[in-house]
Design a protein around this ligand. Structure first.
Ligand code: A4P
Ligand code: MG
Length: 192
């Protein structure tokens, strides 16, 4: 019985991934995702971060929430100073979505990259301005350390633009980790 939530199996409809835009790298293959799947999985709590600092930032975040699978909660939105990247890029809007999902980390990376492609993201430089960035932060207590996928996300615990919205959904994960230095430059900007 096909499961329409699985990104590599969606035949049609509004959630169908668009082709990658511009010089975006090839998304991870569906074959690879299937290899990673070893039988039925328990649903776990997963968190993805969303960020945008080009164009209609709020609309890109809102559209992403409708496209991503198994979303059960969305944090507040925050306007955040850019961390890294070229000088002069604009402020980001960031938020976090919580999923209750049996998708694997790699399937979630595929869903994240299909969602970025649907926002016409073009990759010009690392940490450069983007219409939409979707990162896989946590998938239950799973750990992945591969060339193109690291979970938990390796930089998540050092970043206020991740920790502050994560605190809206899972304060127990953030308590004792967020420094005042990290929280600086992260300003509430309403809800989606
Ligand atoms: N990749 C590996 N692990 C993951 C994962 N857990 N989730 C690989 C998502 N992707 C993962 O990402 C580069 C490669 O990381 C992908 O091909 C994927 O296979 P990318 O999205 O193409 O490029 P990027 O986002 O520029 O690089 P990176 O290293 O993911 O950047 P970060 O660390 O995510 O930082 N400042 C503010 N205020 N708000 C932001 O949202 N975001 C960034 C990006 C920098 N500064 C920011 C913000
Ligand atoms: Mg990214």
């Amino acid at each position: 019985m096909p499961d329409s939530r699985r990104p590599q199996r969606q035949p049609s409809g509004p959630r169908r991934p668009h082709p990658p835009a511009g010089d975006a790298p090839e998304p991870p293959s569906a074959e690879r995702a299937v290899q990673d799947r070893r039988g039925p999985r328990q649903k776990v709590r997963a968190f993805l971060s969303l960020g945008s600092n080009l164009g209609d930032r709020r609309a890109y975040l809102a559209e992403a929430v409708t496209r991503l699978p198994d979303v059960v909660a969305v944090s507040r939105v925050y306007e955040t100073d850019p961390v890294g990247g070229p000088p002069g890029q604009g402020a980001y809007l960031n938020c976090i979505v919580e999923l209750h999902t049996d998708l694997t980390p790699r399937e979630l990376l595929m869903a994240a990259q299909a969602t970025e492609a649907a926002a016409n993201r073009i990759r010009l430089e690392r940490w450069g301005p983007r219409t939409l960035d979707v990162d896989v932060l946590l998938v239950g207590d799973e750990e992945v350390d591969e060339a193109d996928l690291t979970v938990p996300h390796p930089r998540m615990w050092t970043r206020g633009f991740v920790l502050v919205p994560l605190g809206d959904l899972a304060p127990e994960l953030v308590i004792g980790r967020l420094t005042s230095e990290q929280a600086r430059g992260v300003r509430p900007a309403g809800e989606l």
